[in-house]
Design a binder for this molecule. Structure first.
Ligand SMILES: [Zn+2]
Length: 200
């Protein structure tokens, strides 16, 4: 790889040229973990993610590029966008798990390759949805709170199993994908329950 301005050779993931200090295009081979400079694993410390994101954003802040060329400003924006994407995904355990599965060649969220969930789980989700619909419009704080606690426990349990499988490098990617898909459903139900709480 060479610097696009001074043509001196660069390390493949260099963000700035050490010779002329010019900003380089973001390297497409870098993972979100690389971008934020954190270990590539499921267990993440939120505080570290926040700090790393802020530190990295500062390096690409538009203020630093006001006197630069259009090309450099555009590149700084590309870096900032890539950093924001990395932060948005890694701070959310559900998205982080899906991303880790994607790095292992398994698309959980894509429409054309849906993970097939067990009929039992789907039935359970359907029943939960019916209960939530019945709660709508009624003054039922206690019941809603109880359901939310139950679903939150299931969510935490699945999340823990998924995180463990990912960090222990389980080869059963299908099982991990199942867990990630279940997590997606439960997350949506939790969001529904929370919006219901605001409506009551
Ligand atoms: Zn250069």
């Amino acid at each position: 790889m060479a610097c696009w301005r001074c043509k001196s050779s660069l390390e493949s993931e260099a963000e700035f040229c050490p010779l002329c200090q010019t900003i380089q295009p973001p390297s497409p081979g870098r993972t979100y973990f690389d971008r934020l400079g954190v270990e590539s694993c499921f267990q993440q410390d939120l505080h570290t993610l926040v700090t790393r994101h802020r530190q990295e954003q500062r390096r690409f802040h538009p203020d630093r590029f006001v006197s630069k060329t259009d090309a450099e400003r555009r590149l700084s924006l590309e870096h900032a966008t890539a950093l924001n994407d990395a932060y948005r995904v890694l701070r959310d355990p559900c998205l982080r798990a899906e991303y880790m599965l994607r790095l292992r060649g398994c698309e959980v969220g894509s429409e054309d390759k849906q993970v097939s969930l067990s009929p039992m789980f789907l039935m359970e989700v359907m029943e939960l949805r019916e209960v939530i619909d019945e709660l709508r419009g009624s003054d039922t704080h206690v019941e809603r709170g109880q359901i939310e606690r139950d679903v939150a426990l299931r969510y935490e349990d699945i999340l823990a199993r998924l995180g463990e499988g990912l960090d222990n490098n389980s080869d059963n990617v299908d099982e991990l994908a199942q867990l990630a898909a279940q997590l997606r459903y439960l997350k949506r139900i939790l969001e529904d329950l929370q919006s219901l709480a605001e409506a009551i």
